[in-house]
Design a protein around this ligand. Sequence first.
Ligand code: ZN
Length: 252
Amino acid sequence: MNEAVWWALVTGIGSALATGLGALAALALKVGEDETSKSRLGFASAFAGGMMLAASMHSLIGEGLAMGTGAWNAMLVLAGVGLGAGFFWWAERMMEGREERTNTGGLSARSLLLFGALFVHSIPEGVAIGVGFATGDIAFGATMAAIIALHNVPEGVAMSLPMRAEGASIARCAGVSVLTSLPQALLAAPAALAFSSLQGALPAGMGFAAGAMIYVVAHELLPEALEQASPAAVAWGVTLGSGAMIGVTSMI
Ligand SMILES: [Zn+2]
């Protein structure tokens, strides 16, 4: 197995597990639905959102554009961005209208909907990890995997809190949280393999991952963060998160 695929497999599984770890930590620390917990969680989501925005624009789109010169390469990246955002838009529409289903697998309608949304949006995140390693730059891939793992933590908390309130055990909350990120574990390695052998399509793959992540930040992470924390806290989170991300990537 080539090195990129191996790394993508291991870090894809690791980032999925991080979702459950976040849930475990939050529940053990008794993070609840009180105002202080909510505003911290909102800040954490905004910070993760800022990191994802910076990684998408600075790293993925920037690297994609740097892979070639001329209009064709730029078009490939932009087409990827459009496809990535379009994927989410489509997935979002598919999820709509399923709200009426209740109590499937012991989850309430609210939890099930949240599970579906997180599961679907985890698909391009898996592709992002794979694409990161397919560049052949292990540090770049590891950075992508680390950001995604980190932003999974508040997502695991978001999944667990309503479940816990509905009486689910901590282990079950953590298990379901890990499952929301299953696409990362399953897709990172195949994406790394596909784009390693199809280097010509790599700029489009990087655009796809970036477009999808930017869309999810605007569509899910930030609106959710604004429900939990004040606009100022969210603004600080996004600003510091994007600054931190650019700082970290320029150091490696
Ligand atoms: Zn996510």
